[in-house]
Ligand binder design. Structure first.
Ligand code: GTP
Ligand code: MG
Length: 218
């Protein structure tokens, strides 16, 4: 047992892990890129999204989850993903890759446009079951993350924190950033009680995240 608030998620039991593996081993495809709310696909299945600062590793995480390197476009240039990108998992789920917030190497008016779309989406998508909010394990929660978390609180969208790039941080630094993250989450009623620590590079935490998604009931 872990008595800390917002513990790291345990590894899933064998049955749950298998359910996650199966879901992500099935057919996955890019469906469409959406630039306005009226372009969203029919709200007819379980939907989860990946939100986070530009460059935190959202697209890379989708590739790691699906085991398909080129599925979501990832890059070292912050602001790579500029549309709401929909991916299908079997016929039962949508995975949604969002444009990043915060700093981006793109013209201001373009960035403002996608930030507005991002906010409308997070507040207005009825079938959005859980938002995964990605936080760089080296940096912890920043002011822009808090802003998104507040928006999710108000919209009553449950969100789960996923720490990314765990391969880049070790020991004390990791503990310090975890402690800061826990402290920040304590202020957010929509925060899911467990944090998932991941490395898309090394594969750490990927089965746990697959299992978490597969455990969301229809
Ligand atoms: P935007 O679309 O610009 O908002 O960024 P994003 O959040 O989709 O980030 P993206 O997946 O494009 O990754 C940004 C950079 O981080 C890329 O150079 C990735 O290779 C790198 N990266 C992502 N995940 C990891 C990880 O787990 N470990 C390491 N070492 N690098 C990672
Ligand atoms: Mg991206």
């Amino acid at each position: 047992m872990n008595a800390l608030p917002f513990p790291l998620a345990d590894e899933p039991d064998a049955i749950t892990a298998e359910r996650g593996r199966k879901l992500f081993a099935g057919n996955t495809d890019f469906l469409k890129g959406v630039v306005a709310m009226d372009g969203l696909p029919p709200a007819d299945r379980i939907e989860v999204c990946f939100a986070g600062r530009s460059n935190v590793g959202k697209s890379t995480l989708i590739n790691a989850l699906t085991g398909r390197k080129g599925l979501a476009r990832a890059s070292n240039t912050p602001g790579r993903t500029q549309e709401i990108n929909y991916f299908t998992l079997l016929d039962s789920h949508y995975l949604v890759d969002l444009p990043g917030y915060g700093y981006a190497e793109a013209p201001l008016h373009v960035v403002q446009q996608w930030q507005a779309l991002l906010k409308s989406y997070l507040q207005g998508r009825a079938t959005l079951r859980r938002a995964f909010v990605l936080i760089d394990a080296r940096h912890g929660v920043k002011a822009v993350d808090e802003e998104i978390m507040k928006l999710l609180d108000i919209a009553a969208v449950p969100f789960q924190t996923v720490l990314t790039k765990s391969d880049k941080v070790k020991g004390k630094d990791r503990e310090a950033s975890l402690a800061r993250t826990r402290k920040a989450l304590a202020n957010h009623p929509a925060a899911y009680p467990e944090i998932i620590l991941t490395s898309s590079e090394k594969g750490d935490g990927i089965p746990t995240l697959r299992a978490a998604i597969a455990s969301i009931e229809a």
